[in-house]
Design a protein around this ligand. Structure first.
Ligand code: NDP
Length: 251
């Protein structure tokens, strides 16, 4: 039986770990072909090899998505290697939490450059490919933090809030060229994301929440499933927003 994404060509940013990696595997399992981008080329190469050895189609390019030219090269690579583009999963992101007072502004810049500008660049260069191919899907991975603000999360909130607002604007523009837009907003997913934090208050809070959630924490596959669900709907159905929390998550 054909998969629900048979023949679809999908670019996934931030595919070297976590949600991006799981999404690559889920798209391929449904019959799609994937192009993968991130900075850790060794991780991408292993994933491409794994997908290839299981009979799937995958290609990868090392790219820092916060650099416009590298983002453009990634989109070009995807279009050339896959013969067009029907989907873009804007997943690459960083979360560096902490109080605003005493924060290191370079961390703010990193979040804004990756979570916002990176997503804008890849979408900007992917849209014409999708338009010329008759349409496609843009899935933006935002966060519960794009809906609910918290102390210590101000700039991350700002970036994800921005992604949510941008997604609706893009939806209204994309519908004229056959492009659907979905914003996926995960709660606590066990990935490498939390591990980049250094502020003691943040580290403690993350550890406490992780312990509290126990086996109930979300897995990357749970979010990959939501992404595949949105992309595999019939053409007249546009799933615009999916917020997924661990059942036990309070906020
Ligand atoms: P990971 O840290 O496992 O994955 C993040 C991915 O983004 C990596 O592949 C990383 O690759 C990539 N990335 C980071 N910076 C750049 C860059 N400058 N250029 C290109 N790629 C980059 O975390 P998750 O899988 O959890 O994160 C995926 C998305 O999900 C993010 O947008 C995150 O904000 C969002 N999210 C995650 C939640 C969670 O609880 N885990 C909750 C809500 C949202 P590399 O380092 O190789 O470049």
């Amino acid at each position: 039986m054909p998969g629900s994404l048979e023949g679809r060509r999908v670019l996934i940013t931030g595919a070297s770990s976590g949600i991006g990696e799981a999404t690559a595997l889920a798209v391929v399992a449904e019959g799609g072909a994937v192009a993968l981008g991130a900075r850790r080329k060794d991780r991408l190469d292993s994933l491409v090899e794994r997908i290839g050895s299981e009979g799937g189609t995958a290609t990868a390019l090392e790219a820092d998505i916060s650099d416009e030219q590298q983002a453009r090269a990634l989109v070009d690579h995807a279009g050339e290697q896959l013969g067009g583009l029907d989907g873009l999963v804007n997943n690459a992101g960083v979360m560096l939490l902490g109080p605003l007072q005493g924060a290191d502004p370079s961390e703010w810049r990193t979040m804004i450059e990756v979570n916002c500008l990176g997503l804008l660049y890849s979408t900007h260069y992917a849209l014409p490919l999708m338009r010329d191919g008759g349409g496609g899907d843009v899935v933006n991975v935002a966060s519960v933090a794009g809906r609910i603000a918290a102390l210590g999360s101000g700039v991350y909130n700002m970036t994800k809030w921005g992604v949510v607002g941008y997604s609706e604007s893009l939806r209204q523009e994309g519908l004229h060229i056959g492009v659907r837009v979905t914003c996926v907003e995960p709660g606590y997913v066990e990935t490498e994301l939390q591990g980049h934090n250094k502020h003691p208050m943040v580290v403690e809070r993350i550890e406490q929440e992780r312990e509290r959630l126990g086996d109930g924490v979300l897995k990357s596959e749970d979010i990959a499933n939501a992404i595949v669900y949105a992309m595999s709907q019939p053409k007249h159905v546009s799933v615009n927003e999916i917020l997924v929390r661990p059942t036990a998550q309070t906020r």
